[in-house]
Design a binder for this molecule. Structure first.
Ligand code: NAP
Length: 306
């Protein structure tokens, strides 16, 4: 007989490990399946200042590890493995992984969201050698150099400001003529002496031989093209939800997020979606952890009705 867990959580970010903590504390037989390290995307964040309880802030890797340990203190288990496919429709859900199959009465999807790519030729080839998706992780490699940040949202604005304190020059490239970022960023960006804004511009080519040399820019308003010398590019254009495993089973919205409200219930009974992967207004660590708690509340109700 295969072991059947009460709850299997796919993804060990803040939403996943909060679900694990609440599940284990509620006496549920709880397993977390995580590909790399506890914390998910949060683990790549150098400094987190907007998660309450840490008056000096905390780095994302340590916070992820603390969340894992907190859940394990109550008996939650973790396995580092890659989930290959999910069969979610039956009363017993099957989770196929690179290290064998897992079975559960309820499943929490906590797979998060990954950086969105530009889609320019050679982008993947130059990853880590001129192309970056995390300014707080890789910004320090560009001390005294010139970098481009792409995007117009809060991430791009925050990344440009962070890099302006490290790099000699930051060029913020945005495809429109105004920022989507909240007002709080506008003044510091306009006032930063080493930040230049390039409006209505998209990158058409990445220029690199032995080292990264620059980009070709196209002004979408005038059609004019230009070459910009720089040492690296930070792509800060948002993220895409990691929903490949559930596509075709769970209802997704038009940009790919799992449709689920505050209850975290999805269209399949016994399947819950938490954190950045579900439809929601604010994707932050605090909202992900709140989802983890809600998911276990809903899962307990579901399991009690079975
Ligand atoms: P976002 O708000 O979705 O903004 C993405 C930006 O990238 C937009 O300006 C968009 O342009 C641009 N973009 C998208 N695809 C592009 C492409 N292929 N080529 C060029 N540009 C492209 O994403 P985000 O800035 O990562 O923010 C995500 C969420 O996290 C938001 O809810 C945000 O508030 C939150 N966040 C908050 C903070 C904070 O509070 N301090 C910091 C970071 C993130 P358009 O404007 O033309 O659509």
């Amino acid at each position: 007989m295969e072991h059947i867990y009460d709850v299997v959580i796919v993804g060990g970010g803040p939403g996943g490990y909060t679900a694990a903590l609440y599940g284990a504390r509620a006496g549920l037989d709880t397993m977390v399946l995580e590909k790399l390290a506890a914390g998910g995307q949060m683990a790549l964040t150098h400094q987190i200042d907007n998660y309450p309880g840490f008056e000096e802030g905390i780095d994302g890797f340590s916070l992820g590890d603390k969340m894992k340990q907190g859940a394990e203190r109550f008996g939650a288990k973790s396995t580092y493995t890659e989930v290959l496919s999910l069969e979610l429709s039956g009363d017993v859900k099957k989770i196929v992984t690179a290290d064998g199959d897992f079975y559960a009465k309820a499943v929490v999807i906590a797979t998060g969201a990954n950086p969105r790519e530009l889609g320019v030729e050679r982008e993947n080839e130059l990853l880590g050698r001129g192309i970056h998706y995390c300014a707080s992780c890789d910004g320090m490699f560009y001390r005294g150099k010139t970098v481009v940040v792409v995007g117009g949202g809060n991430t791009a604005a925050a990344d440009a400001l962070l890099l302006s304190r490290v790099a000699k020059k930051v060029i913020l490239v945005h495809r429109r003529d105004s920022l989507r970022a909240t007002k709080i960023y506008h003044e510091p960006l306009m006032n930063a002496e080493n930040v230049e804004l390039r409006w209505n511009s998209v990158i058409t080519e990445l220029l690199s031989d032995d080292t990264f040399r620059g980009i070709r820019l196209k002004n979408v308003a005038t059609g004019e093209e230009s070459t910009v010398d720089c040492d690296g590019v930070f792509v800060s254009i948002g993220r895409k939800p990691a929903t490949e495993l559930v596509a075709g089973q769970l209802e997704l919205d038009k940009v790919g997020y799992i449709v689920a409200d505050e209850s975290t219930r999805t269209n399949i009974p016994g399947v819950f979606a938490v954190g950045d992967v579900r439809t929601k207004a604010v994707r932050q660590v605090v909202t992900a952890v709140a989802d983890g708690a809600c998911a276990i509340g809903a899962a307990e109700e579901y399991l009690a009705e079975k």
